[in-house]
Design a protein around this ligand. Structure first.
Ligand code: FAD
Ligand code: 2HG
Ligand code: ZN
Length: 473
């Protein structure tokens, strides 16, 4: 019996897709960097089916590529070109199993779309604070597997910080489950912490117990024109000094990105501030009733007196707030509409963000003259998307040919500055060689030992995060 027939006997034809037409959307990543082939796309309906599939693949030595919403930036959810791997889509495991408003916890299955998780929390009067531009299509399983960041990390942390426990299926089909929601539990190694961020290479996450928070009752949001990039760091310090961890969001947007958004996103509205090279989107929130507009205005007025802030607009309605957020959240789409971009998802200590911009911009000018810098993002976390777009009319092939030299210069720069070449998007397939280059040998050896212990036959997302010894030069 051939492999597809055996898979059909195992899972049932209704839980498998084989045809080119049915599988196409699972075989290319969001950025269209990779297109693979697959033996099948499996869509199990419950945990026993995931377990049976993994046990079978482990016995047969078949690679399994877990896939959530397929919005990842590093090709981690795309199978290779061999046609021998099974894509394991979690989309049918999409139940909110429970919400406990008193304990402030929720148990959600991996295939729940992030917006669904946020909505279930809101229906119970709670907040699940993870928030990304892709929240309408990424899945909580994918967020956990990539340890996603987003726009509220400053206040609430990354996905790992929002996770109390996991249910996951290991390579041999065994199930580990810790969905108790305990806030204190020091029994042995932290398997949850290890599986979060492992990008499908150590286990398949089927459900998670997530932390919920009280919903904010007060909120203030501002779009701020800055003196320069250094002013972002100074203003953030002032905001935190005055408002503490009420400061929830601090996102940096350069003028060049605002222009791209206004040109390519029909719904975008110009906030109408005096032009500046850099803007900040700031949001502050509080659980209690508070006049946060007044608090924010005071900090901004003091910053304006010191010349840090050139101009600012406070959102006076929910609609205006949405308009400000759209300007920030639409930057990736606008960049895409403007043509190819060379992306670097990097982080440095927050205080060194301006230095990163200055020194990185000099590399762009010399190493990618066909491009222009669009560096934006989570400045409050020290994380910039140090992206470079092709100049209109520049030669596309010449621009693309700059990719590897520019990547080396930017990644070397962040390494020298004590930063990371992958702040929030992970390693996937795209950055495997970067990990080999920048991780300490002792760390790599420990990671490989963990991989071998949990997945001795190497069936879980082969070639992602770490390469097998036989594939290394
Ligand atoms: P996928 O792309 O399907 O998979 C990502 C990785 O996780 C793959 O390695 C896959 O094998 C693995 N995986 C998926 N599900 C499971 C599972 N159940 N068990 C084990 N492994 C699994 N990312 C950020 O961090 N911050 C941002 O602000 C942000 N903004 C974005 C904005 C836009 C417009 C877009 C398109 C993407 C953005 N991303 C951001 C990137 C992406 O949305 C995140 O990485 C997200 O967490 C991926 O979730 P997904 O469900 O799409 O995962
Ligand atoms: C964001 O913060 C995402 O908008 C996407 O992480 C970043 O497109 C990018 O480079
Ligand atoms: Zn981001």
């Amino acid at each position: 019996m051939d492999l597809r027939a055996r898979l059909t006997r195992l899972l049932g034809a209704e839980n498998l897709k084989f045809s080119a037409e049915d599988t196409a959307r699972y075989l290319t990543d969001h950025r269209r960097l990779y297109t693979g082939k697959a033996l099948a796309v499996a869509m199990p309906r419950d945990v026993p089916q995931v377990s049976a599939l993994l046990a079978w693949c482990n016995d047969a030595g078949i690679g399994v590529v877990p896939q959530g919403g397929n919005t990842g930036y590093c090709g981690g959810a795309t199978p290779d070109e061999s046609g021998t791997q099974v894509v394991l889509s979690l989309e049918r495991l999409a139940r909110i199993r429970s919400v406990d408003a008193d304990a402030q916890t929720m148990v959600a299955e991996a295939g729940c779309v992030l917006a669904q998780v946020q909505g279930a929390a809101a229906s119970a009067g709670c907040l699940f604070p993870l928030s990304l531009g892709s929240e309408g299509s990424c899945q909580i399983g994918g967020n956990l597997a990539t340890n996603a960041g987003g726009t509220a990390v400053l206040r609430y942390g990354m996905t790992r910080d929002l996770t109390l426990g996991l249910e996951a299926v290991l390579a041999d089909g065994s199930v580990v489950s810790n969905l108790s929601g305990l806030r204190k539990d020091n029994t042995g190694y932290d398997l949850t912490g290890l599986l979060v961020g492992s990008e499908g290479t150590l286990g398949v996450i089927t459900a998670a117990c997530l932390k919920l928070y009280p919903q904010p009752r007060s909120r203030a949001c501002a779009w701020i024109a800055l003196r320069d990039a250094r002013a972002a760091v100074e203003l953030l310090a002032g905001l935190r000094g005055a408002l503490g961890d009420r400061v929830t969001t601090c996102e940096l947007v350069p003028h060049v990105a605002l222009e791209l958004v206004l040109r390519h996103i029909p719904e975008a509205r110009d906030p109408g501030l005096s032009p500046a090279a850099w803007y900040l989107l700031v949001e502050v929130t509080a659980v209690e009733e508070a006049d946060l507009d007044a608090s924010l205005e005071r900090v901004l007025a003091a910053a304006a007196e010191r010349g840090i802030v050139l101009d600012a607009a406070l959102a006076r309605s929910e609609r205006q707030r949405e308009d400000f957020w759209r300007l920030r959240e639409s930057v990736p789409e606008a960049q895409r509409a403007a043509g190819g971009s060379l992306k670097h998802d990097v982080s440095v200590p927050v205080a060194r963000v301006p230095e990163l911009i200055e020194r990185g911009a000099a590399h762009v000018a010399t190493l990618a003259p066909e491009g222009f810098l669009v560096a934006y993002g989570h400045a409050g976390d020290g994380n910039l998307h140090f992206n470079v777009n092709q100049r209109p009319g520049a030669d596309a092939a010449a621009f693309r040919s700059r990719e590897s030299a520019l990547k080396r210069a930017i990644h070397d720069l962040v390494a020298e500055m004590g930063g990371s070449f992958s702040a929030e998007h992970g390693i996937g397939r795209l950055k495997v060689e970067e990990l080999e280059r920048y991780a300490a040998p002792s760390e790599l050896a420990a990671m490989r030992a963990i991989k071998h212990a949990l997945d001795p036959r190497g069936i879980l997302n082969p070639g992602k995060v770490l390469r097998a010894a036989r594939e290394r030069p």
